[in-house]
Design a protein around this ligand. Sequence first.
Ligand code: FCB
Length: 457
Amino acid sequence: MGRRFPRQFVFGAATSSYQIEGAASEDGRGPSIWDTYCRTPGKVQNGDTGDVACDHYHRWPEDIALMKELSLSAYRFSLAWPRWFPTGTESAPVEAGVAFYDRLVDGLLQAGITPWVTLYHWDLPQALQDRGGWADRDTAHRFVAFADAVGQRLGDRVQHFITHNEPWCAGVLGHWLGRHAPGHRDPAEALAAVHHLLLSHGLAVPVLRQHAPAAEVGITLNLTPAYPASDSIGDALATERIDGHINRWFLDPVHGRGYPADQWAHYVEEGHLGKAEPTWLRPGDLDTMAAPIDFLGVNYYSRALGRGPEPGNHPRTIEPPPQSSKTDIGWEVAPQGLLDLLLRLQRDYGTPLVITENGAAYHTGPDEDGRVRDTARIAYYASHLDACALAIEQGVDLGGYFAWSLLDNFEWAEGYSQRFGLVYVDYATQRRVIKDSGRWYADLARTGALPETEVPG
Ligand code: FCB
């Protein structure tokens, strides 16, 4: 046997509502910003939408059975806010929407699988977007009302809550780079949106605790360790800025350090923040965002390489070296980045950690005999889980790992073109097939030990 994980270590898999549920207009669900975005020509590959996705809304019992077959001890999923509050402003949640998650949570508990609930995985009610969305402070208060209802209705059974998934993506991909809903390209607006996302996190933490005092509450960040492309000073400086933009802008405020001053100065210099304090930053906000959390959720996929700015340009990330291995979505396979990241988080922040997403896109489908031999995905998982085990050996407080994803699903702007699942989904028939990687992961979840043998791939 290879490296062993501690006995209590959680092996789970993750999904999110819009990516798997389908049933887009059933039981009173209102439209979300992703429904709108998918219908905007040219935004999502192939014009794909989440209307049907994996039809999990109807097939959840079968999906729980799959989780059992995979020996998962936990399942991370998100709640569709517009199923609870179709316009985001109702005074009480829609019963049919709540009932779906009641059934799901009960089903999981019966199967001996611990539910880990993410409140916001990007499907904002469109009606709230129409009122200004995350750029508007009021959305943070609407989110708290949502969290209050969630705590009230699920807090008796759910003991693990994640307020937000990847506020960098919701804020920056959505409002700065225009690559995610709502598709804006306005850096100043993006910084306001990020602020309200982080504020809403801080406001929601105590509300969730009120209803579920023993629950563990955290936030999930997408973290990308950045490395200089060369040993030039320019590349080193660029790398600091990339780290400030993607990682520290989120890590620091959540840990009570406010926004990093160096990065703040860069945003002022780049014209994204004025010289005066922005109006969105109000007294007390930074304390609110620093609400104590029980764990930090880490989503890790790859690393970034920093290249120094040409005069007048922003620092940029460059393509990985040509000899490096990449997944089918084009992301470099970089398990060392995960080890470096975990060690750094332990050293600089010290919050208990959970990997809430890690995984790889490979197109591999069924062979003629129906089996999905996704050896490249096994190699990806093996190397990254090895990094996790090594991090634990080196003193990192890492409590669990969630594979992304349980199922092949709707990969945002990439539509259905990217397959991340441990389970293959035939979208035409909704047939599910456990991939070889799923079987490999099930063995690990059962034994808690990584196989010693060289992984195929
Ligand atoms: C993360 C998202 C998740 C999934 C993976 C591939 O950024 O949280 O929904 O799309 O990337």
